[in-house]
Design a protein around this ligand. Structure first.
Ligand SMILES: NC(=O)c1ccc[n+]([C@@H]2O[C@H](COP(=O)([O-])OP(=O)(O)OC[C@H]3O[C@@H](n4cnc5c(N)ncnc54)[C@H](O)[C@@H]3O)[C@@H](O)[C@H]2O)c1
Length: 212
């Protein structure tokens, strides 16, 4: 039995235009899923979707600002229509701000919390509404939230980012409990990537004195 066979599955990947989100979308299509890339970066998102289609996958770009409920309300019918349903949401969109606590900028922290915490929560909300038995997709499914190793380890200069990813960890567990208790039929899990060799990873490493 192939545990990575996703033929016929329908997935939305937020922040899917580049780097980790684009790699997740590629892996999903290689496993047989159809994907929508939801992102604020339309140029990169359209290009990635075209690249996946050229490789034979079913892939579409939809504009989505995960921080904005109105954007979700516009995007979700487009996503469900493009895919013919929805089984998987990968809540990948996230931003990183590095700063020592003594220097931190409240506006930058609020912006990051908006994407990493509010955005992830709005993703779960919309996935539940769509996937639960009386939802527009209606067949249950899976939500995968992208946290970070920094949710679990004390990296200096990453208090805000780590706090936002620790929040993703907690929100995941509560979402899973709510889904189970209320019969939504949606599994909710969280992964904790380590440093990845794209721009965010090295910035994180450089800004974190004595981390490694
Ligand atoms: N790079 C790493 O080392 C690393 C390590 C652990 C976890 N992560 C996490 O993995 C995820 C992806 O990281 P990455 O390195 O690929 O980041 P990245 O900055 O390369 O890509 C993030 C994507 O999210 C999109 N995005 C940003 N704000 C958005 C919004 N409001 N609505 C929709 N899309 C938005 C961007 O346009 C971009 O396409 C993030 O959640 C990040 O915190 C990254």
């Amino acid at each position: 039995m192939n545990h990575f066979l996703l033929t016929g599955r329908k997935a939305l990947v937020t922040g899917g235009a580049q780097n980790l989100g684009a790699a997740i979308a590629t892996a999903l299509t290689k496993a047989g899923a159809a994907v929508v890339l939801g992102d604020v970066n339309a140029v990169a998102g359209e290009a990635k979707a075209a690249e996946l289609r050229a490789d034979g996958a079913q892939a579409t770009f939809v504009h989505l600002d995960v921080t904005d409920e109105a954007s979700w309300n516009t995007a979700m019918p487009q996503v469900i229509s493009a895919l013919g349903g929805l089984d998987i949401l990968v809540n990948n969109a996230g931003i990183e701000v590095t700063s020592l606590l003594i220097d931190f900028d409240p506006a930058a922290l609020r912006k990051m919390l908006d994407v990493n915490v509010v955005g992830t929560s709005l993703g779960i909300k919309n996935a539940f509404k769509a996937m639960k038995p009386d939802g527009a997709a209606g067949k249950g499914g899976a939500v995968v939230n992208i946290a970070s190793v920094s949710a679990l380890i004390a990296f200096p200069a990453l208090s805000g980012y780590s706090g936002s990813k620790s929040a993703v960890d907690r929100i995941t567990r509560i979402a899973a409990a709510e889904s189970g208790a209320l019969g939504y039929g949606v599994r909710v899990n969280c992964v904790y990537p380590g440093l990845i060799g794209n721009p965010m990873g090295p910035v994180l490493l450089k800004a974190s004195p004595g981390a490694i």
